[in-house]
Design a protein around this ligand. Structure first.
Ligand code: C5J
Length: 219
């Protein structure tokens, strides 16, 4: 067992039963021209999470930790995109052309993970149609098969896919540690409040820590 310095209190975890989960570090969210920018967001805010996540990923790989990546997106015919998601406000842009290919469509350049955090062979990629990583995916089965109990969570955006995934994971019995500098939001206020919400009320959804603390814990 190792101990990670975290809020609201330090957490003991076994690295052998812990997975690093990196959520939706896709071009469509973090680079100009994709889904995030089409919705009116400044994508540069998300880039702050890249370097700390690279450090965490490198160390997790060195330690042989189980690593999982997720991508939000849909089949090319959009048959797995609920009409309510596709037509939201008349302008979600899902499936529309962009400089990085069709937005949030599997197989397109924008849908894929940025090169700085690209998965290595043996690291499962979960393609998910929703915001939560457990919805309509085999993530829970994969985690169970690997005996995983604790999730170290990085990715974007904090208040959408990271939060939804942490809530789903918490309800399924996983302990989640969100690394504050390895997650990002288009809205600084949401980043601050989103982290508060996770650790409030005695870790109601999970713990908040950071990259340095993670590295110190698994050293
Ligand atoms: C969003 C996500 N923000 N990955 N997706 O629509 O957070």
């Amino acid at each position: 067992m190792v101990t990670i310095k975290a809020e609201p209190f330090d957490l003991n975890f076994n690295p052998k039963t812990t997975a690093l989960v990196i959520i939706d570090m896709q071009r469509d969210f973090v680079l100009p021209g994709g889904f995030g920018e089409k919705l009116g967001n400044d994508t540069s805010l998300l880039l702050a999470a890249v370097k700390p996540t690279q450090r965490v990923l490198a160390q997790a790989r060195k330690q042989g930790m189980f690593i999982i990546h997720t991508r939000e997106g849909h089949r090319p015919d959009l048959s797995d995109c609920p009409p309510a998601k596709l037509t939201r406000g008349g302008k979600t842009f899902i499936g529309k052309d962009s400089p990085m290919g069709r937005i949030l469509v599997r197989g397109e350049k924008g849908h894929d993970i940025i090169h700085q955090l690209y998965p290595m062979k043996g690291e499962p990629i979960i393609d998910k149609p929703g915001k939560g990583s457990f919805h309509a995916t085999d993530l829970h089965q994969i985690l169970l098969d690997h005996g995983i109990k604790t999730l170290i969570v990085c990715g974007v955006t904090l208040e959408v896919c990271v939060h939804t995934t942490v809530r789903e994971a918490n309800d399924r019995g996983y302990e989640c540690v969100v690394l504050s500098d390895c997650v990002a939001s288009y809205f600084p206020e949401f980043q601050r409040v989103g982290l508060e919400m996770i650790k409030a009320q005695g870790a109601i959804f999970g713990w908040v820590s950071n990259a340095d603390n993670f590295l110190a814990a698994i050293g």
